[in-house]
Ligand binder design. Structure first.
Ligand SMILES: Nc1ncnc2c1ncn2[C@@H]1O[C@H](COP(=O)(O)OS(=O)(=O)O)[C@@H](OP(=O)(O)O)[C@H]1O
Ligand SMILES: Nc1ncnc2c1ncn2[C@@H]1O[C@H](COP(=O)(O)OP(=O)(O)O)[C@@H](O)[C@H]1O
Length: 197
């Protein structure tokens, strides 16, 4: 890091922004295998939070990889960089007073811990979307498991790239054979009951 970069304290701070928005800012960090339901649940959760007048934003792996992280692939080094960038962006959103939902595989414990380390206690809510790979592969909404099994894709999470499951997530979203709406409602209720939103 260059020593010629100086931090500027700003006139308006996070607490003032949060007060003006009448909410506690937080990162609701969904992690899980491809096809586990992160994007679907995140989208429905945001819709519900927004309907309850929360000021929200949603960052999703596929979308961010069209822009901010369009230069990154899926080897371990690029996945680390992807989550490093999202961690820093998430911190900016929390500093703006926003409730930000992130839906990234984010397979490595160290990277999720890095995001947690940037935030204050209670601002990082790790949600483990614990859908078994058998269910993810059966769903295969983008046909990626089929391509990974046939060798058309390499470094695919759960097949030939690691996924390190969270050991103590704030919310362990166990798999239930139910609709996406029911899963999203279950997550919303858990977040409210635990005081995170
Ligand atoms: N090799 C490989 N491994 C895993 N996923 C792959 C791969 N290639 C493409 N995709 C698609 O990219 C989405 C995962 O991007 P993420 O940014 O969430 O991944 S990571 O957090 O950097 O590991 C992931 O989206 P989701 O299925 O919504 O998780 C895939 O659709
Ligand atoms: N209870 C559920 N929660 C989330 N997704 C579900 C559920 N039941 C079925 N699905 C389906 O599983 C797929 C999950 O895909 P997606 O949300 O893209 O997962 P991810 O973002 O983790 O890759 C979607 O086709 C969704 O309709």
């Amino acid at each position: 890091m260059s020593t010629n970069i100086v931090w500027h304290e700003h006139a308006v701070n996070k607490q003032e922004r949060a007060k003006a928005l009448k909410q506690k800012p937080a990162v609701i960090w969904l992690t899980g295998l491809s096809g586990s339901g992160k994007s679907t649940i995140a989208n429905l959760l945001e819709k519900k939070l927004f309907s309850e007048q929360r000021k929200t934003y949603l960052l999703d792996g596929d979308n961010v990889r069209h822009g901010l992280c369009g230069d990154l692939g899926f080897d371990d080094k690029d996945r680390v960089e992807n989550i490093r960038r999202i961690s820093e962006v998430s911190k900016l959103f929390v500093d703006s007073g926003t409730v930000i939902i992130t839906a990234f595989i984010s397979p490595f414990k160290a990277d999720r811990a890095y995001c947690r380390s940037l935030l204050e206690t209670g601002e990082f809510v790790e949600v483990f979307v614990d859908t078994p790979i058998e269910v993810c592969e059966q769903r295969d909404p983008k046909g990626l498991y089929k391509k990974a099994r046939s060798g058309d894709i390499s470094n695919f999470t759960g097949i030939d790239s690691a996924y390190e499951a969270p050991e103590a997530p704030e919310v362990h979203l166990q798999y239930v054979d139910e609709s996406p709406e029911e899963t999203a409602q279950r997550l919303f209720d858990l977040l409210v009951a635990k005081g995170y939103v």
